[in-house]
Structures are given as structure tokens and as C-alpha cells.
Design a protein around this ligand. Structure first.
Ligand code: RB5
Length: 147
């Protein structure tokens, strides 16, 4: 699985923790930045990751900012992206099984690194359940195509 990562300064340290976890798991990723804790604008990084996932260059994306909210809003502006802000493992699993979320967003200022890694692991392991959820995701796509 190819994973695209991105953050602003508010999520930079959490992204570093996630990178270490992915490396330990032998999972391939590309970091789209930011590359230090200097203040930047989250739309720049969230858009790069979302565009790469939407283009099919990466199967999944993970975005971090201070709250996880800004990067989630940006990512969901890109057609084909279903980004989910998850700060618990129940939501992370459901985001895959029910919503087929292809981007996970996290807030460094909201949760600790241990829980964040558990959420990432849960989200990466879970698969879309299909069935009735397929119909609902198709309806999301239909709404998106009206843009
Ligand atoms: C940066 O201060 C902060 O606003 C950003 O990381 C994020 O939380 C935005 O949603």
C-alpha cells in the first residue's frame, strides 16, 4: 500500500511519529511536507496529498494539523477524496468500513501520539465493507459529480 503523508507545522511532530510507525511496519510512504516546525499554511500540504491520492498515485493519505480539521476540509474539496477526521479507533474503523475513507486526518493538539498510532493502525488495517455502504458512497460520488 502506498501512503501519502502531509502536515502543517501544527501536525509536524505527530507526522514524524506516524512516519516512524510506518517505517517499523515496512509500509511505503511519501512525505509531501512540511519538513520542519516553521509556520506554514495547511491548505498547501493538504491539497498536495489529496491530489496525489485522487490521481491514484497513492492508495491512502494521512494528514495532520493542529486539530485535524483544516486539512480535512481542504482534502474533501478534491473530487474523489473522502477524508475522515478520527480521534478514536471506533471512528477510524468505521471510516474505512462504512465510508471508504481514503484520507485520515488527525490533530496533534487534540490527542497523544500513542492513541494516534493506534488510530492509524486501525484505519490502515480496515477495509471497505461494501454491501449497503456501496450505495451510500455511490450517492456521495453522484453529489460530487454535480459540482
Ligand atoms: C495552525 O495554527 C492551525 O490552525 C492548524 O494546524 C489547524 O489546526 C487548522 O485547522
Amino acid at each position: 500500500m502506498r501512503i501519502a503523508l502531509g502536515s502543517d507545522h501544527g501536525g509536524y511532530h505527530l507526522k514524524q511519529v506516524i512516519k516512524k510507525y510506518l517505517e517499523e511496519q515496512g509500509l511505503a510512504y511519501k512525505d509531501f511536507g512540511t519538513f520542519d516546525a516553521a509556520s506554514v499554511d495547511y491548505p498547501e500540504y493538504a491539497y498536495q496529498v489529496a491530489a496525489a491520492v485522487a490521481a491514484g498515485e497513492y492508495e491512502r493519505g494521512i494528514l495532520c494539523c493542529g486539530t485535524g480539521i483544516g486539512v480535512c476540509i481542504v482534502a474533501n474539496k478534491v473530487p474523489g477524496i473522502r477524508a475522515a477526521l478520527c480521534h478514536d479507533t471506533f471512528s477510524a474503523r468505521a471510516a474505512r468500513e462504512h465510508n471508504d475513507a481514503n484520507i485520515l486526518t488527525l490533530g496533534e493538539r487534540v490527542i497523544g501520539p500513542g492513541l494516534a498510532v493506534d488510530i492509524v493502525a486501525t484505519w490502515l488495517a480496515a477495509e471497505f465493507a461494501g454491501g449497503r455502504h456501496t450505495r451510500r458512497v455511490e450517492k456521495i460520488k453522484a453529489i460530487e459529480s454535480k459540482k
